[in-house]
Write a protein that binds this ligand. Structure first.
Ligand code: HEM
Ligand code: NAG
Length: 386
């Protein structure tokens, strides 16, 4: 009675096992009917590589298959003779041309900014492209950079758009896009490396969250408390302590976020987000001055207190404006899923609406007080705090 059950079980487990060891690429066929000796399912971006190595001529014929990030996007496979990442890659890039046919060209990727079409460090022939069933294919025959060197650093990538001049535009920086690299042993078919994009993405997300909470939420909220809570005589001097402790926490979190940003910047050699970086440094300086200035505050009633107030308020508003601006610049660079940007837009506009309502309310209160007692000073001068 047990035996048929066992046979079925064995068959099923064999099937499961078989489908695990048999790579998907093994079932891919090509219209040119060329059979390639080897293939692998690449670990990122749903892509595949097929190849035949000619150890006598020192060439390798490859097919790279990947789904572009959008139908009008691009795919790329490269050997990097000088490093293990994007910079230095000698790349083949394919995209859909004006007539809908695939265009494949060679590009010298000498930095994160310079993707220059033209000659590579090594010769590439028999270049061809195909586009069907949602995937693009690049065919080529590559003269291996060094004689007898059959282990190469490979880099691959997909992007969503191409300029009219035929230059691919920036790809996403998701874990898959940052981990699509590693060494490839053309003889044994073994691949390794890459995949460290995950930890980098984590670091970038931590950086983003710390800074958005600090500069983007806590600082503006603290300033709103200083501006609006003190309209109510009952909130004096409580508003001062709430304001102070909020700004100090915002500063602490902001400094942590700033530090992670500086570290990220120093880790991505050759990447320059100078705008984002410079605003970040300016924010750090302004906020540090702001915290230090509290200790140098002239007493209430001192003739310099007036100038100090102008300085303190001016710097505070500059921090809000630059902070929000830099969060949007950062979101642009990080390009997380759009819900994060939307979430921040909702938070900041809610704060904006609350500020607007309180502003109007403050003015009404101040005018009422004025008409009751003309000697009451307008908003901002109830100054009972220490
Ligand atoms: C088209 C314009 C391109 C731009 C503007 C661009 C920009 C960048 C930037 C700024 C990074 C670093 C992200 C970070 O460190 O946070 C990066 C990483 C990466 N890019 Fe590109 N890229 C482009 C094209 C390509 C192409 C054609 C390839 C394929 C050969 C590629 C493969 C990679 C890979 C594998 C990484 C992660 C590893 C590394 O940082 O080197 N990119 N890209
Ligand atoms: C690729 O660009 C780099 C930097 O501009 C340059 O040094 C190198 O010679 C270029 N490679 C080729 C094959 O032109």
């Amino acid at each position: 009675m047990m035996s048929p059950f066992f046979i079925i079980l064995t068959l099923v487990s064999l099937l499961i096992h078989h489908s695990h060891t048999q790579p998907t690429c093994a079932s891919q066929k090509f219209t040119n009917r060329i059979l390639y000796d080897r293939c692998i399912d690449l670990p990122e971006l749903g892509s595949y590589l097929h190849w035949s190595l000619d150890t006598v001529k020192n060439t390798v014929s490859i097919v790279f298959i990947a789904p572009p990030a959008s139908p009008n996007g691009w795919i790329s496979w490269a050997i990097n003779p000088s490093g293990d990442g994007m910079v230095g890659s000698q790349a083949l890039i394919g995209y859909k041309g004006f007539n809908g046919l695939m265009v494949v060209d060679t590009y010298n990727v000498s930095s994160y900014e310079d993707i220059i079409r033209g000659r590579l460090d090594f010769d590439v022939t028999d270049i061809k492209g195909e586009n069907s069933d949602g995937v693009m294919r690049i065919f080529a025959k590559v003269d291996l950079p060094e004689n007898g060197q059959t282990v190469v650093n490979q880099v691959w990538q997909v992007g969503g758009s191409v300029t009219e001049g035929g230059v691919p535009e920036r790809h996403e920086f998701q874990p898959g896009n940052l981990g699509s690299k590693g060494s490839l042993d053309l003889l044994s078919g073994e691949i390794s490396g890459g995949g460290d994009g995950g930890s980098k993405t984590k670091k970038r997300n931590i950086h983003g969250i710390l800074n958005a909470v600090s500069w983007g939420i806590l600082f503006p909220t603290g300033i709103m408390i200083a501006r609006y809570l003190r309209t109510f005589p009952a909130a004096d001097p409580a508003w001062f302590y709430i304001h102070g402790s909020l700004q100090v926490s915002a500063y602490a979190i902001g400094v942590a976020g700033w530090g992670t940003g500086m570290k990220l910047g120093s880790e991505s050699k050759g990447v320059k987000y100078s705008g984002h970086r410079n605003i970040g440094i300016a924010l750090f300086c302004l906020a540090t001055l702001q915290v230090l200035a509290v200790f140098l505050r002239p007493k209430v009633g001192h003739k310099f207190r007036f100038y100090w107030n102008i300085y303190h308020h001016g710097t505070g508003y500059a921090v809000i404006i630059l902070g929000i601006l830099n969060i949007f610049k950062g979101l642009e660079i990080l390009s997380p899923s759009s819900k994060w940007k939307l979430t921040y837009i909702i938070i900041i506009s809610s704060l904006g609406v609350i500020a607007f309502v309180l502003e109007a309310f403050t003015w009404i209160v101040v005018f009422k007080r004025k008409s009751v007692n003309t000697s009451t000073k307008p908003n901002g001068t109830t100054d009972a705090r220490p």
